[in-house]
Ligand binder design. Structure first.
Ligand SMILES: *Cc1c(COP(=O)(O)O)cnc(C)c1O
Length: 382
């Protein structure tokens, strides 16, 4: 039996996307394929509310983070990394690997970055060239206010780069209005595409850093990629052609649902799942939760990894465990992209039954009731 994915990436891929991915391969230099690439670029621009070009790459989200560091900065440069979990730390680790000095503004995991702290940190480090932030910190479920953070970066005239891998398609992003200079994301989360495709969008301010950068790039060279896309609608090297078909269909599905409805659906799924785990006695870790996943803290004596194992082995539902220092202490339920409200009952029911199977004394149905109460409010309101 295949487990149903309730993971914060990769996520369940809708049938229509799978069908598209299964089509015969077009040549990546053919005009038909270029048309698809341009269409996907346009659609991604609409999704990010930006006039900037988006560049597609065949890699996972981390590849795109690395590419952003390598293209924007120079050896010995200073970058401010906002760290409230695994993915914020990853920005810092990549900087270090490239000989860029990472100044970390590190806060407790589960908290969100306070924009006024960024303001003060940039006062102390006026020579930082880029601020690296994470919109939805997938290790803790915390949402960072990238609009407010972007305004602070703008005030200090620092380039703001945002990892939106687990937020794009969950939360609204208005790149141009919010003064965000760079957005990177992988497409295997709320964008409902099998893993292997990622993109970056950059504005003029970011491009001027790219032209000054002296760090080595080859495959991930933004300038080379932009020129080829601009001129021919092609990537310099072989594109993951089938994934582009999939992404095109996934984006069309979202457009048809309506971006606003997509965001409202995720907000409802977030609120309902948080209510369900709370009713079952778990604390929700993040103070300001993102809506694409729920990160639940296990009370003393309950092992989060064991919940993940039992839910999968016995009920065919796949959650994710905690990462690094949160391993065993939390479990994570992904509800983004292809997950619909009706799917959540399966996840919560599996959680309840797993807890009973593990010998925990819970009131069966309490999580489901809380879930349904939140979802019903939305149905009635609509
Ligand atoms: C999933 C994710 C990534 C990318 O991880 P990959 O395994 O490289 O795809 C990056 N940032 C965030 C916030 C993520 O959730």
């Amino acid at each position: 039996m295949k487990s149903k994915l309730f993971t914060p990436g990769p996520t369940k891929v809708p049938g229509a996307v799978l069908n598209a991915v299964g089509k015969q391969v077009l040549h990546h230099r053919s005009p038909e394929f270029s048309e698809k690439v341009r269409h996907v670029q346009d659609e991604l621009g609409r999704l990010l509310s930006t006039h900037n070009d988006t560049l597609l790459f065949t890699c996972s989200g981390t590849g795109m983070m690395e590419a952003a560091v390598a293209n924007l900065l120079s050896r010995g440069d200073k970058a401010m990394c906002l760290v409230n979990g695994v993915f914020g730390q990853r920005w810092a680790d990549i900087c270090t690997a490239y000989g860029v000095e990472a100044v970390c503004h590190s806060i407790e995991w589960g908290k969100s970055v306070d924009p006024s702290d960024l303001d003060r940190a940039l006062d102390r480090h006026p020579d930082a060239k880029v601020v690296f932030a994470t919109h939805s910190e997938t290790s803790t479920g915390a949402l960072n206010d990238v609009k407010a953070l972007g305004a602070i970066a703008g005030k200090h005239d620092v380039v703001m780069a945002v990892d939106a891998t687990s937020s794009v398609g969950v939360h609204e992003l208005r790149m141009d209005e919010w003064g965000i200079d760079v957005i990177i994301a992988g497409t295997q989360k709320a964008l409902m595409t099998p893993p292997g495709l990622a993109f970056v969008a950059l504005n003029g301010r970011a491009w001027s850093l790219v032209s000054d950068s002296d760090l080595p790039t080859f495959y991930f060279d933004f300038t080379k990629t932009w020129k080829r896309l601009q001129k021919k609608g092609q990537t310099p090297f072989t594109t993951a052609v089938s994934l582009v078909y999939g992404l095109e269909v996934a984006l069309a599905m979202m457009e048809e649902e309506g971006w606003e409805n997509v965001y409202a659906r995720h907000a409802a799924m977030g609120a309902a799942t948080r209510a369900a785990v709370s009713a079952l006695g778990f604390r929700v870790l993040p103070e300001h939760p993102a809506d694409g996943l729920t990160v639940a803290v296990c009370p003393e004596g309950i092992d989060g990894n064991k919940i993940v194992r039992v839910v999968d082995d016995e009920f065919g539902v796949r959650f994710a465990g905690g990462q690094e220092k949160l391993s065993g202490r939390v479990f994570r339920i992904g509800h983004m992209g292809g997950i619909r409200e009706r799917d959540l009952a399966m996840a919560v029911s599996a959680l309840e039954r797993a807890l009973v199977s593990m010998g925990h004394d819970i009131e069966i149905g309490k999580g489901l009731t809380a879930l349904e109460e939140v979802l019903l409010k939305r149905t009635v309101a609509a």
